[in-house]
Write a protein that binds this ligand. Sequence first.
Ligand code: FAD
Length: 532
Amino acid sequence: MTEATSFDAVVIGAGFSGMYMLHRLRGLGLTARLYEAGGGVGGTWYWNRYPGARCDVESVEYCYSFSEELQRDWDWTERYPSQPEILRYAEHVADRFDLRRDMRFRTRVTRAAYDEAAARWRVETDRGDRVTARFVITAVGCLSDARIPGFPGAESFRGESYHTGRWPHEEVELAGKRVAVIGTGSSGIQVIPVLAELAAEVTVFQRTPNYTIPAWNRPLQPEYARWVKDNYADIRRRMRDSLFGIAASFNTGSALEASEQELREELEARWAHGGPGFLGAFADTAVDPRANELVAEFVREKIRQTVEDPRVAELLSPRDHPIGTKRPCFDTDYYATFNRPNVRLVDVRRTPIEEITAAGPRTAEATYEVDVIVYATGYDALTGALLAIDVTGAGGAALREKWAAGPRTYLGLMTAGFPNLFTITGPGSPSVLSNMFVSIEQHVDWIADCLRHLAESGATVIEADADAEDAWMRHVGEIAAATLFPRANSWYLGANIPGKPRVFMPYAGGVGTYRAACDEIAAKGYEGFVMS
Ligand code: FAD
Protein backbone atom coordinates (compact mmCIF):
# COMPACT_ATOMS: atom_id res chain seq x y z
CA MET A 1 0.00 0.00 0.00
CA THR A 2 1.41 3.39 -0.88
CA GLU A 3 1.52 5.99 1.85
CA ALA A 4 -0.96 8.85 1.65
CA THR A 5 0.61 12.21 0.92
CA SER A 6 -2.38 14.48 1.31
CA PHE A 7 -4.07 15.18 4.64
CA ASP A 8 -6.50 17.53 6.24
CA ALA A 9 -3.88 18.33 8.86
CA VAL A 10 -0.23 17.78 9.66
CA VAL A 11 0.63 17.89 13.35
CA ILE A 12 4.27 18.42 14.37
CA GLY A 13 5.31 16.87 17.68
CA ALA A 14 4.10 13.88 19.72
CA GLY A 15 4.20 15.36 23.21
CA PHE A 16 0.99 15.87 25.13
CA SER A 17 -0.06 18.69 22.76
CA GLY A 18 0.31 16.70 19.56
CA MET A 19 -1.19 13.54 20.99
CA TYR A 20 -4.39 15.25 22.09
CA MET A 21 -4.59 17.29 18.88
CA LEU A 22 -4.43 14.13 16.81
CA HIS A 23 -7.19 12.58 18.90
CA ARG A 24 -9.44 15.63 18.42
CA LEU A 25 -8.77 15.80 14.68
CA ARG A 26 -9.87 12.21 14.33
CA GLY A 27 -12.98 13.01 16.31
CA LEU A 28 -13.79 15.69 13.74
CA GLY A 29 -13.47 13.14 10.97
CA LEU A 30 -10.31 14.77 9.61
CA THR A 31 -7.30 12.91 8.26
CA ALA A 32 -4.00 13.70 9.93
CA ARG A 33 -0.35 12.80 9.88
CA LEU A 34 1.85 13.52 12.88
CA TYR A 35 5.63 13.80 12.61
CA GLU A 36 7.87 13.43 15.65
CA ALA A 37 11.65 13.86 15.76
CA GLY A 38 12.02 11.50 18.71
CA GLY A 39 11.61 7.75 18.72
CA GLY A 40 8.34 7.71 20.67
CA VAL A 41 5.55 9.73 22.25
CA GLY A 42 5.84 11.92 25.35
CA GLY A 43 7.86 14.92 24.12
CA THR A 44 9.60 16.49 27.13
CA TRP A 45 9.24 13.24 29.04
CA TYR A 46 10.66 11.20 26.19
CA TRP A 47 13.80 13.35 26.05
CA ASN A 48 14.44 14.35 29.67
CA ARG A 49 15.66 11.09 31.18
CA TYR A 50 18.17 12.61 33.57
CA PRO A 51 18.32 11.27 37.13
CA GLY A 52 15.80 13.16 39.25
CA ALA A 53 13.65 14.38 36.33
CA ARG A 54 10.24 15.05 37.75
CA CYS A 55 7.22 17.24 37.22
CA ASP A 56 6.70 20.21 39.54
CA VAL A 57 2.93 20.07 39.25
CA GLU A 58 1.07 17.46 41.28
CA SER A 59 0.46 14.27 39.32
CA VAL A 60 -3.32 14.38 39.72
CA GLU A 61 -3.29 17.82 38.08
CA TYR A 62 -0.58 17.14 35.49
CA CYS A 63 -2.68 14.90 33.26
CA TYR A 64 -5.46 15.02 30.70
CA SER A 65 -9.00 15.83 31.71
CA PHE A 66 -10.63 15.24 28.33
CA SER A 67 -11.51 11.62 29.01
CA GLU A 68 -13.50 10.79 32.12
CA GLU A 69 -12.51 7.11 31.80
CA LEU A 70 -8.83 7.87 31.40
CA GLN A 71 -8.72 10.07 34.46
CA ARG A 72 -10.67 7.48 36.45
CA ASP A 73 -8.58 4.49 35.34
CA TRP A 74 -5.08 5.93 35.64
CA ASP A 75 -3.47 5.74 39.10
CA TRP A 76 -0.48 7.93 39.91
CA THR A 77 1.93 6.65 42.53
CA GLU A 78 3.63 9.82 43.76
CA ARG A 79 2.60 13.35 44.66
CA TYR A 80 4.91 14.66 41.91
CA PRO A 81 5.33 12.20 39.06
CA SER A 82 8.79 11.13 37.95
CA GLN A 83 9.81 11.18 34.30
CA PRO A 84 9.46 7.38 33.88
CA GLU A 85 5.93 7.48 35.26
CA ILE A 86 4.88 10.39 33.03
CA LEU A 87 6.35 8.60 30.02
CA ARG A 88 4.38 5.46 30.93
CA TYR A 89 1.28 7.63 31.08
CA ALA A 90 1.99 9.11 27.63
CA GLU A 91 2.48 5.60 26.22
CA HIS A 92 -0.70 4.42 27.86
CA VAL A 93 -2.63 7.30 26.26
CA ALA A 94 -1.10 6.53 22.85
CA ASP A 95 -2.16 2.89 23.16
CA ARG A 96 -5.55 3.59 24.61
CA PHE A 97 -6.53 5.97 21.80
CA ASP A 98 -4.60 4.07 19.14
CA LEU A 99 -2.64 7.20 18.26
CA ARG A 100 0.56 5.70 16.87
CA ARG A 101 -0.88 4.57 13.54
CA ASP A 102 -0.93 8.19 12.29
CA MET A 103 2.46 9.05 13.75
CA ARG A 104 5.85 8.88 12.09
CA PHE A 105 8.73 8.79 14.54
CA ARG A 106 12.38 9.77 14.08
CA THR A 107 11.14 12.18 11.45
CA ARG A 108 11.77 15.90 11.77
CA VAL A 109 9.75 18.46 9.86
CA THR A 110 12.26 20.76 8.20
CA ARG A 111 10.04 22.91 6.04
CA ALA A 112 6.42 24.05 5.81
CA ALA A 113 5.46 26.34 2.94
CA TYR A 114 2.01 27.74 2.30
CA ASP A 115 0.85 27.46 -1.28
CA GLU A 116 -1.67 30.27 -1.64
CA ALA A 117 -3.11 29.16 -4.96
CA ALA A 118 -3.96 25.72 -3.62
CA ALA A 119 -4.63 26.99 -0.07
CA ARG A 120 -2.53 24.10 1.19
CA TRP A 121 0.64 23.64 3.16
CA ARG A 122 3.53 21.72 1.66
CA VAL A 123 5.45 19.96 4.39
CA GLU A 124 8.89 18.36 4.11
CA THR A 125 10.83 16.19 6.53
CA ASP A 126 14.43 15.15 7.01
CA ARG A 127 13.51 11.67 5.79
CA GLY A 128 12.31 12.89 2.44
CA ASP A 129 8.57 12.96 3.12
CA ARG A 130 6.70 15.44 0.94
CA VAL A 131 3.08 15.83 1.94
CA THR A 132 0.39 18.48 1.72
CA ALA A 133 -2.25 19.49 4.22
CA ARG A 134 -4.91 22.11 4.61
CA PHE A 135 -3.81 22.84 8.17
CA VAL A 136 -0.47 22.67 9.94
CA ILE A 137 -0.66 22.50 13.70
CA THR A 138 2.62 22.90 15.53
CA ALA A 139 2.93 21.04 18.83
CA VAL A 140 6.70 21.40 18.89
CA GLY A 141 7.04 22.29 22.58
CA CYS A 142 8.10 25.44 24.40
CA LEU A 143 11.07 23.69 25.97
CA SER A 144 12.26 21.20 23.40
CA ASP A 145 15.12 22.98 21.65
CA ALA A 146 17.96 22.05 24.03
CA ARG A 147 20.86 24.50 24.08
CA ILE A 148 24.46 24.29 25.20
CA PRO A 149 26.33 27.61 25.36
CA GLY A 150 29.22 27.74 22.93
CA PHE A 151 32.09 27.14 25.35
CA PRO A 152 35.37 27.15 23.48
CA GLY A 153 36.99 23.74 23.41
CA ALA A 154 33.85 21.79 24.35
CA GLU A 155 34.60 19.16 21.69
CA SER A 156 38.06 18.57 23.10
CA PHE A 157 36.72 17.26 26.41
CA ARG A 158 37.84 13.64 26.74
CA GLY A 159 35.06 12.53 29.12
CA GLU A 160 31.35 12.14 28.46
CA SER A 161 28.99 15.13 28.10
CA TYR A 162 25.21 15.16 28.29
CA HIS A 163 22.51 17.81 28.10
CA THR A 164 19.73 17.03 30.59
CA GLY A 165 17.16 17.40 27.81
CA ARG A 166 18.94 14.87 25.57
CA TRP A 167 19.83 12.30 28.20
CA PRO A 168 20.75 8.87 26.78
CA HIS A 169 18.24 6.05 26.92
CA GLU A 170 20.88 3.69 28.27
CA GLU A 171 21.98 3.82 31.89
CA VAL A 172 24.76 6.39 32.40
CA GLU A 173 27.36 4.90 34.72
CA LEU A 174 28.14 7.54 37.36
CA ALA A 175 29.42 5.54 40.32
CA GLY A 176 32.95 6.61 41.27
CA LYS A 177 32.98 9.41 38.69
CA ARG A 178 33.73 13.11 39.01
CA VAL A 179 30.86 15.09 37.55
CA ALA A 180 30.54 18.74 36.59
CA VAL A 181 27.06 20.22 36.40
CA ILE A 182 26.74 23.48 34.50
CA GLY A 183 23.54 25.35 35.26
CA THR A 184 21.29 25.74 38.28
CA GLY A 185 17.84 26.25 36.76
CA SER A 186 14.96 23.81 37.21
CA SER A 187 16.78 20.85 35.66
CA GLY A 188 20.05 21.53 37.51
CA ILE A 189 18.22 21.79 40.81
CA GLN A 190 16.58 18.42 40.17
CA VAL A 191 19.65 16.58 38.93
CA ILE A 192 22.29 17.85 41.38
CA PRO A 193 21.04 16.13 44.59
CA VAL A 194 20.67 12.80 42.76
CA LEU A 195 24.10 13.05 41.12
CA ALA A 196 25.61 13.81 44.52
CA GLU A 197 24.27 10.44 45.73
CA LEU A 198 25.45 8.54 42.66
CA ALA A 199 28.82 10.07 41.79
CA ALA A 200 32.10 10.34 43.63
CA GLU A 201 32.28 14.12 43.34
CA VAL A 202 29.99 16.80 41.97
CA THR A 203 31.17 20.29 41.02
CA VAL A 204 28.33 22.72 40.42
CA PHE A 205 28.97 25.70 38.16
CA GLN A 206 26.47 28.37 39.08
CA ARG A 207 25.95 31.66 37.31
CA THR A 208 22.59 32.67 38.80
CA PRO A 209 21.42 31.31 42.13
CA ASN A 210 17.74 30.39 42.08
CA TYR A 211 15.03 30.33 44.70
CA THR A 212 13.79 26.81 45.17
CA ILE A 213 10.94 25.59 47.33
CA PRO A 214 10.85 22.07 48.75
CA ALA A 215 8.56 19.75 46.81
CA TRP A 216 8.13 17.30 49.73
CA ASN A 217 7.47 14.57 47.25
CA ARG A 218 5.96 11.39 48.70
CA PRO A 219 3.91 8.40 47.66
CA LEU A 220 0.37 9.39 46.77
CA GLN A 221 -1.98 8.40 49.57
CA PRO A 222 -4.80 6.16 48.28
CA GLU A 223 -7.44 8.10 50.25
CA TYR A 224 -6.24 11.37 48.72
CA ALA A 225 -6.21 9.87 45.22
CA ARG A 226 -9.76 8.61 45.76
CA TRP A 227 -10.88 11.99 47.04
CA VAL A 228 -9.40 13.66 43.95
CA LYS A 229 -11.20 11.28 41.61
CA ASP A 230 -14.49 11.89 43.41
CA ASN A 231 -13.99 15.64 43.14
CA TYR A 232 -12.25 15.94 39.78
CA ALA A 233 -14.97 18.07 38.18
CA ASP A 234 -14.58 20.75 40.82
CA ILE A 235 -10.77 20.52 40.90
CA ARG A 236 -10.51 20.85 37.12
CA ARG A 237 -12.84 23.84 37.16
CA ARG A 238 -10.66 25.57 39.78
CA MET A 239 -7.54 24.83 37.74
CA ARG A 240 -9.06 26.24 34.54
CA ASP A 241 -10.21 29.42 36.26
CA SER A 242 -6.93 29.97 38.09
CA LEU A 243 -3.85 32.03 37.37
CA PHE A 244 -1.38 29.20 36.79
CA GLY A 245 -3.56 26.19 36.05
CA ILE A 246 -3.16 24.57 39.45
CA ALA A 247 -5.79 24.03 42.12
CA ALA A 248 -3.69 25.34 45.05
CA SER A 249 -5.24 28.43 46.58
CA PHE A 250 -3.67 31.76 45.73
CA ASN A 251 -4.35 34.40 48.34
CA THR A 252 -5.50 37.85 47.39
CA GLY A 253 -3.99 39.43 50.52
CA SER A 254 -1.00 41.76 50.69
CA ALA A 255 2.39 40.85 52.17
CA LEU A 256 2.96 44.52 52.94
CA GLU A 257 -0.23 44.79 54.93
CA ALA A 258 0.29 41.55 56.85
CA SER A 259 1.75 41.74 60.35
CA GLU A 260 5.14 40.13 60.85
CA GLN A 261 3.49 37.20 62.55
CA GLU A 262 0.85 36.74 59.83
CA LEU A 263 3.54 36.90 57.18
CA ARG A 264 5.67 34.28 58.89
CA GLU A 265 2.78 31.96 59.65
CA GLU A 266 1.53 32.04 56.07
CA LEU A 267 4.97 31.48 54.56
CA GLU A 268 5.89 28.74 57.04
CA ALA A 269 2.61 26.93 56.36
CA ARG A 270 3.13 27.11 52.60
CA TRP A 271 6.80 26.09 52.91
CA ALA A 272 5.73 23.09 55.00
CA HIS A 273 3.16 22.15 52.34
CA GLY A 274 5.75 22.62 49.56
CA GLY A 275 5.34 23.01 45.82
CA PRO A 276 4.04 25.83 43.62
CA GLY A 277 1.41 26.96 46.13
CA PHE A 278 4.22 28.68 48.08
CA LEU A 279 4.21 31.49 45.56
CA GLY A 280 0.52 32.10 46.16
CA ALA A 281 1.02 33.32 49.73
CA PHE A 282 0.45 36.99 48.90
CA ALA A 283 -0.88 38.57 45.73
CA ASP A 284 1.34 41.64 45.75
CA THR A 285 4.59 39.67 45.55
CA ALA A 286 4.09 39.40 41.78
CA VAL A 287 3.82 43.15 41.29
CA ASP A 288 5.40 45.00 44.22
CA PRO A 289 9.18 44.77 44.76
CA ARG A 290 8.89 45.46 48.50
CA ALA A 291 6.30 42.73 49.00
CA ASN A 292 8.40 40.40 46.88
CA GLU A 293 11.50 41.08 48.96
CA LEU A 294 9.73 39.92 52.13
CA VAL A 295 9.11 36.51 50.57
CA ALA A 296 12.54 36.39 48.92
CA GLU A 297 14.22 37.07 52.28
CA PHE A 298 12.19 34.29 53.90
CA VAL A 299 13.69 31.85 51.36
CA ARG A 300 17.20 33.23 51.91
CA GLU A 301 16.74 32.68 55.63
CA LYS A 302 15.84 29.05 54.91
CA ILE A 303 19.01 28.74 52.84
CA ARG A 304 21.11 30.11 55.71
CA GLN A 305 19.42 27.70 58.12
CA THR A 306 20.07 24.74 55.85
CA VAL A 307 23.54 25.35 54.40
CA GLU A 308 26.28 24.96 57.01
CA ASP A 309 29.02 27.01 55.33
CA PRO A 310 27.89 30.68 55.45
CA ARG A 311 29.95 31.51 52.37
CA VAL A 312 28.22 28.78 50.34
CA ALA A 313 24.84 29.82 51.75
CA GLU A 314 25.43 33.37 50.55
CA LEU A 315 26.51 32.18 47.12
CA LEU A 316 23.32 30.15 46.84
CA SER A 317 21.16 33.12 47.87
CA PRO A 318 19.51 34.89 44.93
CA ARG A 319 19.76 38.66 45.10
CA ASP A 320 19.62 39.75 41.48
CA HIS A 321 15.99 39.00 40.66
CA PRO A 322 12.65 38.97 42.47
CA ILE A 323 11.26 35.60 43.52
CA GLY A 324 8.85 34.13 40.97
CA THR A 325 10.24 36.07 38.02
CA LYS A 326 12.27 33.15 36.70
CA ARG A 327 10.76 29.74 36.30
CA PRO A 328 10.04 28.63 39.87
CA CYS A 329 12.05 25.64 41.06
CA PHE A 330 10.94 22.90 43.43
CA ASP A 331 13.40 20.48 44.90
CA THR A 332 14.25 17.52 47.01
CA ASP A 333 17.18 18.37 49.31
CA TYR A 334 18.77 20.86 46.94
CA TYR A 335 20.27 23.27 49.48
CA ALA A 336 21.21 20.47 51.92
CA THR A 337 23.18 18.79 49.12
CA PHE A 338 25.80 21.53 49.47
CA ASN A 339 26.61 20.25 52.98
CA ARG A 340 27.91 17.02 51.49
CA PRO A 341 31.69 16.62 51.43
CA ASN A 342 31.59 15.46 47.79
CA VAL A 343 29.82 18.58 46.47
CA ARG A 344 31.40 21.95 45.72
CA LEU A 345 30.05 25.15 44.26
CA VAL A 346 31.85 27.33 41.73
CA ASP A 347 30.61 30.87 41.20
CA VAL A 348 30.93 31.42 37.46
CA ARG A 349 29.51 34.90 37.72
CA ARG A 350 32.78 35.84 39.48
CA THR A 351 35.03 33.49 37.50
CA PRO A 352 33.31 32.51 34.23
CA ILE A 353 34.10 29.27 32.44
CA GLU A 354 36.69 30.37 29.90
CA GLU A 355 36.92 27.08 28.07
CA ILE A 356 36.36 23.38 28.31
CA THR A 357 39.68 21.63 28.19
CA ALA A 358 40.31 17.94 27.62
CA ALA A 359 40.27 17.54 31.42
CA GLY A 360 37.17 19.62 32.16
CA PRO A 361 35.89 23.19 32.62
CA ARG A 362 38.52 25.88 33.16
CA THR A 363 37.86 29.20 34.84
CA ALA A 364 40.38 32.00 35.43
CA GLU A 365 41.14 30.35 38.77
CA ALA A 366 41.31 26.64 38.11
CA THR A 367 40.79 23.72 35.79
CA TYR A 368 38.26 21.29 37.21
CA GLU A 369 39.18 17.76 36.22
CA VAL A 370 36.06 15.69 35.71
CA ASP A 371 34.89 12.51 33.97
CA VAL A 372 31.42 13.72 33.01
CA ILE A 373 29.93 17.11 32.16
CA VAL A 374 26.20 17.54 32.61
CA TYR A 375 24.85 20.57 30.79
CA ALA A 376 21.70 21.73 32.58
CA THR A 377 21.76 24.81 30.39
CA GLY A 378 18.16 24.93 29.24
CA TYR A 379 16.43 25.68 25.99
CA ASP A 380 15.84 28.19 23.27
CA ALA A 381 12.43 28.54 24.84
CA LEU A 382 9.07 29.23 23.23
CA THR A 383 10.33 30.00 19.73
CA GLY A 384 13.41 27.79 19.22
CA ALA A 385 11.67 24.65 17.96
CA LEU A 386 9.23 26.61 15.81
CA LEU A 387 11.87 28.71 14.14
CA ALA A 388 14.06 25.68 13.55
CA ILE A 389 11.50 24.81 10.88
CA ASP A 390 11.71 26.83 7.68
CA VAL A 391 8.15 28.17 7.70
CA THR A 392 6.94 30.39 4.88
CA GLY A 393 3.46 31.83 4.67
CA ALA A 394 1.44 33.86 2.18
CA GLY A 395 3.63 35.43 -0.50
CA GLY A 396 6.60 33.33 0.60
CA ALA A 397 7.16 35.44 3.74
CA ALA A 398 9.45 33.70 6.23
CA LEU A 399 8.34 33.27 9.83
CA ARG A 400 11.94 33.77 10.95
CA GLU A 401 11.89 37.21 9.36
CA LYS A 402 8.50 38.14 10.69
CA TRP A 403 9.65 37.21 14.20
CA ALA A 404 13.15 38.65 13.91
CA ALA A 405 12.41 41.27 16.58
CA GLY A 406 10.43 38.82 18.71
CA PRO A 407 7.43 36.55 18.16
CA ARG A 408 4.13 38.12 17.10
CA THR A 409 0.89 36.21 17.38
CA TYR A 410 -2.79 36.66 17.91
CA LEU A 411 -3.63 34.84 21.18
CA GLY A 412 -0.51 32.71 20.77
CA LEU A 413 -2.65 30.61 18.42
CA MET A 414 -1.99 32.06 14.97
CA THR A 415 0.30 34.60 13.36
CA ALA A 416 -0.88 37.01 10.65
CA GLY A 417 0.26 36.13 7.14
CA PHE A 418 0.38 32.40 7.88
CA PRO A 419 -3.10 31.08 7.07
CA ASN A 420 -4.24 27.76 8.54
CA LEU A 421 -1.14 27.50 10.74
CA PHE A 422 -1.93 26.98 14.42
CA THR A 423 0.66 27.03 17.21
CA ILE A 424 -0.28 25.08 20.34
CA THR A 425 1.00 26.96 23.41
CA GLY A 426 2.55 29.53 21.10
CA PRO A 427 4.21 32.70 22.39
CA GLY A 428 1.59 35.20 23.51
CA SER A 429 -0.38 32.53 25.39
CA PRO A 430 0.10 31.50 29.06
CA SER A 431 2.05 28.34 28.11
CA VAL A 432 5.13 28.07 30.34
CA LEU A 433 3.60 30.26 33.06
CA SER A 434 1.03 27.55 33.72
CA ASN A 435 0.49 23.91 34.42
CA MET A 436 0.93 23.14 30.77
CA PHE A 437 -1.72 20.45 30.65
CA VAL A 438 -4.36 23.09 31.25
CA SER A 439 -2.97 25.32 28.51
CA ILE A 440 -2.51 22.43 26.09
CA GLU A 441 -6.06 21.12 26.46
CA GLN A 442 -7.49 24.62 26.19
CA HIS A 443 -5.58 25.33 22.98
CA VAL A 444 -6.34 21.98 21.39
CA ASP A 445 -10.06 22.30 22.21
CA TRP A 446 -10.13 25.86 20.89
CA ILE A 447 -8.43 24.83 17.64
CA ALA A 448 -10.73 21.81 17.22
CA ASP A 449 -13.82 24.00 17.77
CA CYS A 450 -12.44 26.52 15.30
CA LEU A 451 -11.94 23.82 12.65
CA ARG A 452 -15.48 22.63 13.19
CA HIS A 453 -16.75 26.19 12.87
CA LEU A 454 -14.83 26.62 9.63
CA ALA A 455 -16.33 23.46 8.18
CA GLU A 456 -19.83 24.42 9.25
CA SER A 457 -19.54 27.90 7.79
CA GLY A 458 -18.17 26.59 4.51
CA ALA A 459 -14.86 28.44 4.86
CA THR A 460 -11.56 26.74 4.15
CA VAL A 461 -9.02 29.32 5.28
CA ILE A 462 -8.58 31.18 8.55
CA GLU A 463 -5.95 33.76 9.31
CA ALA A 464 -5.18 36.18 12.13
CA ASP A 465 -5.86 39.80 11.27
CA ALA A 466 -2.72 41.96 11.55
CA ASP A 467 -4.48 44.68 13.59
CA ALA A 468 -5.91 42.15 16.03
CA GLU A 469 -2.44 40.70 16.38
CA ASP A 470 -0.91 44.12 17.07
CA ALA A 471 -3.53 44.82 19.73
CA TRP A 472 -2.95 41.42 21.36
CA MET A 473 0.82 41.91 21.43
CA ARG A 474 0.36 45.32 23.04
CA HIS A 475 -1.90 43.70 25.63
CA VAL A 476 0.64 40.92 26.33
CA GLY A 477 3.35 43.56 26.76
CA GLU A 478 1.25 45.76 29.04
CA ILE A 479 0.37 42.87 31.32
CA ALA A 480 4.01 41.80 31.60
CA ALA A 481 5.06 45.39 32.31
CA ALA A 482 2.63 45.54 35.24
CA THR A 483 4.43 42.60 36.88
CA LEU A 484 7.97 42.06 38.12
CA PHE A 485 8.69 39.50 35.38
CA PRO A 486 10.73 41.86 33.19
CA ARG A 487 13.16 42.43 36.11
CA ALA A 488 14.80 39.03 35.67
CA ASN A 489 17.16 37.98 32.93
CA SER A 490 15.06 34.91 32.26
CA TRP A 491 14.41 32.60 29.35
CA TYR A 492 10.85 33.96 29.38
CA LEU A 493 12.53 37.00 27.82
CA GLY A 494 14.98 35.09 25.69
CA ALA A 495 17.88 36.28 27.88
CA ASN A 496 19.66 32.91 27.85
CA ILE A 497 20.22 32.89 24.10
CA PRO A 498 22.85 35.28 22.74
CA GLY A 499 21.32 37.59 20.13
CA LYS A 500 17.72 36.60 20.87
CA PRO A 501 15.44 39.66 21.06
CA ARG A 502 14.47 40.58 24.61
CA VAL A 503 10.70 40.30 24.56
CA PHE A 504 8.60 38.87 27.35
CA MET A 505 6.93 36.07 25.40
CA PRO A 506 4.22 34.39 27.47
CA TYR A 507 0.88 35.95 28.43
CA ALA A 508 1.03 36.73 32.16
CA GLY A 509 -2.62 37.49 32.83
CA GLY A 510 -3.49 33.97 34.02
CA VAL A 511 -5.05 30.95 32.37
CA GLY A 512 -8.59 31.80 33.56
CA THR A 513 -8.57 35.30 32.09
CA TYR A 514 -6.91 34.05 28.94
CA ARG A 515 -9.45 31.28 28.43
CA ALA A 516 -12.29 33.78 28.85
CA ALA A 517 -10.71 36.02 26.20
CA CYS A 518 -10.34 33.13 23.73
CA ASP A 519 -13.90 31.95 24.36
CA GLU A 520 -15.30 35.42 23.91
CA ILE A 521 -13.46 35.87 20.63
CA ALA A 522 -14.83 32.55 19.38
CA ALA A 523 -18.35 33.44 20.55
CA LYS A 524 -18.16 36.67 18.55
CA GLY A 525 -17.63 34.68 15.37
CA TYR A 526 -13.83 34.51 15.73
CA GLU A 527 -13.32 38.21 16.07
CA GLY A 528 -9.91 39.29 14.85
CA PHE A 529 -9.64 36.34 12.49
CA VAL A 530 -10.38 36.49 8.79
CA MET A 531 -12.10 33.51 7.17
CA SER A 532 -12.57 32.83 3.52
P1 FAD B 1 6.89 18.73 24.12
O1 FAD B 1 6.62 17.76 25.19
O2 FAD B 1 8.13 19.53 24.19
O3 FAD B 1 6.83 17.94 22.75
C1 FAD B 1 7.19 18.53 21.55
C2 FAD B 1 7.69 17.45 20.63
O4 FAD B 1 7.84 18.01 19.34
C3 FAD B 1 9.04 16.89 21.02
O5 FAD B 1 8.95 15.51 21.21
C4 FAD B 1 9.94 17.23 19.83
O6 FAD B 1 10.85 16.20 19.55
C5 FAD B 1 8.94 17.41 18.72
N1 FAD B 1 9.41 18.30 17.67
C6 FAD B 1 9.87 19.57 17.80
N2 FAD B 1 10.20 20.08 16.59
C7 FAD B 1 9.93 19.10 15.70
C8 FAD B 1 10.04 19.02 14.29
N3 FAD B 1 10.50 20.04 13.55
N4 FAD B 1 9.69 17.87 13.69
C9 FAD B 1 9.21 16.82 14.40
N5 FAD B 1 9.09 16.84 15.74
C10 FAD B 1 9.44 17.98 16.38
N6 FAD B 1 5.38 21.75 32.52
C11 FAD B 1 4.53 21.82 33.57
O7 FAD B 1 3.39 22.22 33.40
N7 FAD B 1 4.93 21.44 34.81
C12 FAD B 1 6.18 20.98 35.04
O8 FAD B 1 6.53 20.69 36.18
C13 FAD B 1 7.10 20.90 33.96
N8 FAD B 1 8.34 20.42 34.13
C14 FAD B 1 9.20 20.39 33.07
C15 FAD B 1 10.48 19.90 33.27
C16 FAD B 1 11.37 19.88 32.22
C17 FAD B 1 12.74 19.33 32.43
C18 FAD B 1 10.99 20.38 30.96
C19 FAD B 1 11.95 20.40 29.81
C20 FAD B 1 9.72 20.85 30.76
C21 FAD B 1 8.81 20.84 31.80
N9 FAD B 1 7.51 21.30 31.63
C22 FAD B 1 6.64 21.32 32.69
C23 FAD B 1 7.04 21.77 30.34
C24 FAD B 1 6.66 20.60 29.42
O9 FAD B 1 7.38 20.80 28.25
C25 FAD B 1 5.15 20.60 29.20
O10 FAD B 1 4.50 20.36 30.43
C26 FAD B 1 4.63 19.56 28.20
O11 FAD B 1 5.25 18.32 28.34
C27 FAD B 1 4.76 20.10 26.79
O12 FAD B 1 4.14 19.25 25.89
P2 FAD B 1 4.17 19.60 24.35
O13 FAD B 1 3.55 18.46 23.65
O14 FAD B 1 3.55 20.94 24.13
O15 FAD B 1 5.69 19.77 23.99
